[in-house]
Design a protein around this ligand. Structure first.
Ligand code: FES
Ligand code: FES
Length: 159
């Protein structure tokens, strides 16, 4: 019999109480138990950053976090990044304007990492943005459009 625990986690503002195996990762809990497949799994060992989510406001790798470690925590996934009225989060809007994605596989992790970074660093220069996403791998964009989006976020809504 696998070892199980009951956990209660708030995800994107909704509380969930579930019984999970203690070996279950937070990424698998979000994707398989809650059906929130916006959190992507690339490497599953902490390298690519695709699985990044906010846990109590900190950007963390959900592939390296056990679901039981999230008991009592508040989680934000990419599905919860937009505003309640459906309008985009500023970094989502900036990605749209600056073409910050191609295949989109890295995008949830990029958006979450940058949302946390920009919350603490509202007007970053390009080198600070590059440092902030140094733990997120993108195979498609060459990173420049992503950096442009984050470095020009305060101009993202202007034409
Ligand atoms: S899937 Fe978690 S860091 Fe790659
Ligand atoms: S847009 Fe394809 S991996 Fe980043």
């Amino acid at each position: 019999m696998p070892d199980t625990r009951e956990i209660t986690v708030t995800v994107n503002g909704s509380a969930y109480t579930e019984v999970v195996e203690t070996r279950f990762s937070l990424a698998d809990f979000l994707r398989q138990t809650l059906g929130l497949t916006g959190t992507h799994l690339g490497c599953e060992h902490g390298v690519c950053g695709a699985c990044t989510i906010l846990m109590d406001e900190d950007a963390v790798r959900s592939c390296l976090t056990l679901a039981v470690q999230a008991d009592g925590a508040s989680i934000t996934t990419v599905e919860g990044l937009a505003n309640e009225d459906g309008s985009l989060h500023p970094i989502q809007d900036a990605f749209r304007k600056h073409h910050g994605l191609q295949c989109g596989f890295c995008t949830p992790g990029m958006l979450i990492s940058l949302a946390a970074f920009l919350r603490d660093t509202p007007n970053p220069d390009e080198s600070a943005v590059r440092a902030a996403i140094s733990g997120n791998i993108c195979r498609c964009t060459g990173y420049q459009q992503i950096v442009d989006a984050a470095a020009n976020i305060n101009a993202a809504g202007r034409s």
